[in-house]
Write a protein that binds this ligand. Structure first.
Ligand SMILES: *Cc1c(COP(=O)(O)O)cnc(C)c1O
Length: 353
């Protein structure tokens, strides 16, 4: 067996949380109808509707890439385009799945501080070309919380919606870390989704503590027309659907989804504070969810890697990305920070003439 030390590489390094695990165990009794005709899927769908306080259409897929790509394909024709941030997962980490599943839709990139789409940049890209030779902008995709560990506040989402409405764009929200955003804002889920114009949300389960699974929520039911066929064609219709659905029941009904988001966020804040105390370490983005982006002095990252710590150094605009998970402990954070301090001290010694 290999070491199973908790890491800061990604929140998907973490295992399955007890609430998700227990629900899967409860679902594992006897036989149940396949392909979503079971009581767990019905119950999970109901739990999602209650959480968002609206009668929405709900689907479960295995992963977030498929959720995003299929949701966007459903909002687009092949000659349309989707506008997203240049660091958005749909652009940088889905291997062209959005373009593939929509048979040619084009992803248009805008920039914006702290990983957030700037409404003015959206306006500019839409207004730049309105002729028939350019793919017609149809969807605005935002990530909440963002790839940089920041969070759009409701007022920012309102501004995004106002822009989208004026430009006739539908709004897709990549919520791989939606729980962290809700925990950070302390607002109800509806206040940062359908109340501010989000048409479809890809609600992340995996990074929140499930083994596998994302939930696609269409707040306007008519937009989900024939979506089930897309899921099936893409190989995303689970035959033993109850095991994708049951964890949602366990997580939503117990409130664990939010507690885990809060806990991961708290660990990120703790990590930020400890790192800010270490000379030469720079924090690159406001820490609002469960990520800390830090720039370390030379050689420090490789020393930490040598010590067995895993984290990514290539995401976004440089620096090291440190993700906290539902199960990251205070001790994990202090142990990591202590090793950073030691590595920084060593690098100062070695750079003294
Ligand atoms: C992890 C993640 C996803 C989903 O990725 P999969 O590996 O396909 O499950 C989607 N969006 C963002 C922002 C993510 O971080």
């Amino acid at each position: 067996m290999k070491s199973n030390k908790r890491q800061f590489a990604s929140d998907n390094y973490a295992g399955i949380c007890p609430e998700a695990w227990q629900a899967m165990e409860e679902a594992n009794h006897g036989h149940a109808p396949a392909y979503g005709d079971d009581c767990w899927t019905a119950e999970a769908t109901e739990a999602v509707r209650e959480l968002f306080e609206i009668d929405c259409e709900v689907f479960f897929t295995f992963n977030g890439t498929a959720a995003n790509a299929l949701a966007m394909a459903c909002l687009c024709q092949s000659y349309h385009s989707v506008i997203c941030h240049e660091h958005a997962h749909v652009e940088t980490d889905e291997c062209g799945a959005p373009e593939f599943f929509s048979n040619g839709m084009k992803v248009l990139l805008v920039s914006g501080a702290d990983g957030k789409v700037a409404p003015a940049a959206v306006e500019q890209i839409v207004r730049r070309r309105r002729d028939i030779h350019f793919p017609k902008p149809r969807v605005l995709s935002i990530t909440e919380s963002t790839e940089m560990g920041t969070v759009y506040v409701p007022e920012e989402l309102d501004a995004i919606w106002e822009t989208a409405r004026r430009l006739n764009l539908r709004v897709h929200m990549d919520g791989a870390r939606f729980a962290n955003a809700v925990a950070a804002l302390g607002r109800s889920p509806k206040e940062i989704t359908w109340k501010v114009g989000v048409d479809v949300l890809c609600f992340g389960g995996t990074k929140n503590g499930m083994a596998v699974g994302e939930c696609i929520v269409f707040f306007k039911k008519e937009l989900a027309e024939e979506f089930g066929y897309r899921c099936k064609q893409a190989g995303q219709l689970a035959s033993k659907m109850r095991f994708l659905a049951a964890p949602w029941v366990g997580m939503l009904r117990s409130g664990a989804w939010l507690r885990h988001g809060e806990s991961a966020n708290a660990r990120a804040r703790q990590l930020e504070q400890l790192l800010r105390d270490i000379p030469g370490v720079e924090i690159l983005f406001p820490v609002q969810a469960n990520a800390v982006f830090a720039r370390f002095p030379p050689h420090v990252a490789s020393r930490l890697h040598d010590k067995g710590w895993k984290f990514y150094d290539f995401i976004g605009s440089g620096g090291s990305r440190l993700m906290c998970s539902w199960d990251t402990t205070e001790e994990d954070v202090s142990a990591f920070a202590a090793d950073v301090r030691e590595a920084v001290d060593k690098s100062q010694v070695s750079s003294t003439p």
